[in-house]
Design a binder for this molecule. Structure first.
Ligand code: GAP
Length: 556
């Protein structure tokens, strides 16, 4: 029976030992919320970003009516004019309510601190814990109360004897309840919730003054909106079309956690798809479906993927509707966001037009010309026209220009599929990780850890082994290695027993192991072993490249 991840700490250690992910600056004790990708991790993440770019930008599938989709890319600076972040609402609103402990100085997200309260002998008492939501908090609070030392803890006796408890989150804790710190080793008191902006700040230029203040972008999206006019003018695109960008984003997350899931520096893969307002619902549904299916084509099992339409109360200030594509990560009992597909309406272009003073509306020239042509057709338009016929046509044209033309000028709506490259990398690692029993060369059962990556994403596509390092096998293996490495990321491994070499490649998730043996020298065939089925096949050496290529083709 195959086993998946049960212990995230063990899994993180495996990722480190294999060279997938390391803690950033580990030799100095690390830094919370920052991660580095090792030799295998960097290949995996590159493959993810390249698959996204290939499937979404260079070769997107047809649109909802079978039409070709127009997509272009962009690569913007991380630091932009700070006015961008005023217009987008990030300066004013990109914040979490936080509470600080006045004694231990720890800081907590107010919506993650929960209290159990009771009044005994007219004195209000409370305890608190950190939890994701009220449902998770209640048993933790009851457990904490049960463990309170009645003598030492002032609230202990009162809360234990209270006939009924009230439960509140720190975001809405009414007076007169006290606000004890949730940390087990602290008896301090929390402040009222205060806003804490998540943008990292810096200064452009040598003087650290307010005028020079800049922000590290918290999302790649705003670079796209700020360049919308440039792209339109330089590429002659017509609606509908999408602009895509992959790049770093930075958020000073209060509580980075769950390995790389919530980091302070991460990469996004974002699309802003601009369309006519009357068609935005159709495109929203199209992208929702397309993006969910994309994950399945890369090996994420559909029962681990859950699209969830956000409730009205959850929607970001810009969003008319958002669907989160969630994944069942092993560190949580509930699916967690992998990507958000948001219907942003005309919010962003309207805001940037207002703050920059630039016209970011779109004129549908084709639609207008079609209307003009169809409405003017009944009017005579040839050399022999009489003055009254000319006037009739001109009057109709003026009327249309006055009444109809403005309808072709509008601010496009935007559908935004916004994915996290690091989050998807984590999901791919979690999905691939498998511990299973397999027969060894002698038929005895042994345990193996295998990363069952989709071949497109696998960091290494094939490993080439000489069975032994003599009799021409090593030269033949090196020659094949040299030929293949011009096309794929492949490795050459000549050390250790062949079974050990297979296991090493299983842990790296390499789909194929190719062995050069005595028969290769005689008849030019090699054995090719499949990582998942363990089946070995003998094929001509010259077919190896095509065999690998076939597996790397995107699903259509
Ligand atoms: N432009 C819209 C936007 O940025 P978001 O839901 O805040 O929306 C989009 O972020 C995606 O970026 C998320 O679905 C997630 O995959 C990734 N992401 C956001 N915050 C992250 C963090 N702290 N660490 C890792 N990935 C993150």
């Amino acid at each position: 029976m195959a086993k998946k991840i049960e212990d995230m700490a063990k899994f993180a250690k495996f990722c480190k030992d294999m060279g997938f992910i390391y803690q950033s600056s580990e030799i100095y004790g690390g830094i919370n919320g920052f991660w580095d990708y090792g030799p295998l991790g960097v290949e995996l993440k590159r493959n993810i970003k390249e698959a996204w770019w290939q499937d979404m930008v260079r070769n997107p599938p047809p649109g909802p009516d079978g039409q070709e989709i127009r997509m272009v890319g962009l690569d913007c600076a991380i630091i932009m004019n700070p006015k961008v972040w005023v217009a987008s609402g990030h300066v004013g609103g990109f914040s979490d309510p936080m509470v600080d402990c006045l004694k231990c100085k720890r800081r907590f997200r107010a919506d993650k601190v929960h209290f159990a309260c009771a009044t005994v002998d007219n004195v209000p008492h409370a305890v608190s814990v950190e939890a994701d939501n009220a449902t998770d908090a209640e048993p933790l609070l009851k457990d904490k109360i049960a463990k309170l030392d009645k003598k030492k803890h002032p609230a202990g006796r009162a809360l234990k004897s209270a006939p009924q408890l009230e439960f509140h989150a720190a975001t809405a804790l009414p007076a007169p309840w006290p606000r004890p710190c949730p940390a087990d080793d602290c008896d301090g008191t929390l402040t009222e919730p205060r806003s804490f902006n998540l943008m990292f700040e810096s200064h452009a230029g040598p003087i650290a003054s307010d005028e020079n203040k800049v922000y590290l972008r918290p999302e790649t999206a705003q670079g796209i909106f700020a360049n919308y006019r440039n792209v339109l003018d330089s590429s002659r695109l017509k609606l509908p079309f999408g602009i895509a960008q992959v790049g770093k984003a930075f958020r000073n997350e209060i509580n980075p956690r769950n390995f790389t899931f919530r980091s302070r520096e991460f990469e996004q893969m974002e699309i802003e798809f601009f369309c006519h307002p009357a068609e935005s619902r159709k495109w929203y549904e199209y992208w929702r479906e397309l993006r969910k299916n994309w994950y399945s084509t890369l090996g994420i099992k559909s029962d681990n993927l859950v699209p969830r339409e956000q409730g009205q109360e959850e929607l970001a200030h810009y969003s008319v509707g958002t669907t989160d594509i969630e994944y069942m990560f092993p560190f949580s009992d509930e699916p967690q966001e992998l990507e958000g597909v948001a219907h942003r309406g005309a919010f962003d272009l309207t805001a940037h037009a207002k703050h920059s003073g630039k016209d970011l509306s779109y004129f549908d020239e084709e639609g207008w010309n079609n209307l003009l042509q169809s409405r003017l057709t009944p009017f005579k338009d040839d050399k022999n026209r009489q003055p009254d016929e000319i006037k009739l046509r001109e009057d109709e044209k003026k009327k249309l220009e006055l009444e109809e033309k403005p309808k072709f000028q509008f601010v496009p709506h935007v559908i935004e599929p916004s994915a996290g490259a690091d989050r998807f990398t984590l999901a791919v690692l979690c999905e691939a990780y498998t511990e299973e029993d397999v027969p060894d060369a002698k038929g005895k059962t042994e345990k193996r850890t295998v990363m069952k990556f989709h071949p497109r994403l696998a960091p290494v596509k094939a490993a080439i082994f000489p069975l032994v390092n003599r009799d021409g096998m090593d030269e033949a293996a090196r020659a094949l290695y040299r030929e293949l490495k011009a096309h794929f990321n492949v490795v050459y491994d000549q050390s250790g027993a062949i079974g050990r070499r297979y296991r090493r490649q299983d842990e790296a998730g390499t789909p194929f192991c190719i062995t050069i043996d005595g028969d290769t020298i005689k008849d030019g065939t090699v054995t090719i072993r499949d990582r998942d089925t363990l089946k070995q096949e003998r094929i001509p050496k010259g077919e190896v490249r095509a065999r690998i290529e076939a597996l790397l083709r995107p699903e259509v």
